[in-house]
Design a binder for this molecule. Structure first.
Ligand code: FMN
Length: 186
């Protein structure tokens, strides 16, 4: 395979999408689209996401020290796109777009009716990274849709959930399962 070189830049980076939810002091929910997000600790379970620039989500997460991370599915594409292209400082996104939510079980965070898999997180650290910050959340509980029968590690079939995949500038669905961890050993 021949290869070429380009200078340092963001480039191509396929990612899942999550809507980060937090309440303001009037208990109005705001949801913001994030794709720079991943697990970062098993014990205790933690996730982290990166954010930069002036965003209502950052202010609310830093003030309340808690947030929800709501998995975005293909069906939620337009809701997610709206929450990723609209500032919560300018619009009450849930009221304008008709986004339904309730409150979590472990923490006082808004959780999306439409999302099938939601982490409730306590903010435990913020790390400066170049032009932005990494927000580290300790997972205090997971809310999941009842149609998910088995929640154990590796038990969930992604084809049933249909998570939205983001590749800079575009949204994709997933294909079908092509293997399992350990395939290389057989
Ligand atoms: C596809 C997509 C992915 C995004 N991913 C991130 C991200 O990972 N981190 C981030 O800070 N902003 C990200 N954004 C931008 C925020 O979602 C956007 O600035 C949002 O309007 C901020 O809303 P807020 O002011 O209500 O928090 C993304 C936007 C889109 C459309």
């Amino acid at each position: 395979m021949t290869k070429s070189f380009i200078s340092a830049q963001r480039g191509f980076f396929p990612q899942p999408a999550y809507l980060i939810g937090a309440y303001d002091k009037e208990k109005i929910a705001n949801f913001t689209l994030i794709t720079w997000i991943t697990f970062c600790s098993v014990e205790p379970p933690m996730l982290m996401f990166a954010s930069r620039g002036k965003k209502l989500m950052r202010e609310l997460v830093e003030t309340t020290k808690q947030f929800s991370a709501n998995l975005v599915t293909e069906e939620m594409k337009n809701m997610a796109d709206y929450c990723g292209t609209t500032s919560g400082y300018k619009e009450n996104k849930c009221a304008e777009f008709g986004i339904a939510y309730t409150t979590g079980s472990a923490l006082d965070v808004p959780i999306l009716e439409k999302s099938p898999w939601i982490y409730e997180c306590k903010l435990v650290n913020m790390i400066e990274a170049g032009s932005g910050f990494i927000y580290v959340g300790q997972i205090e509980g997971i809310i999941f849709e009842d149609k998910i029968e088995e929640t154990g590690y590796g038990k969930i079939n992604m084809e049933d959930i249909k998570p939205l995949i983001y590749s800079p500038g575009s949204y994709y669905g997933i294909g079908s399962k092509i293997g399992s961890v350990g395939d290389s050993k057989h």
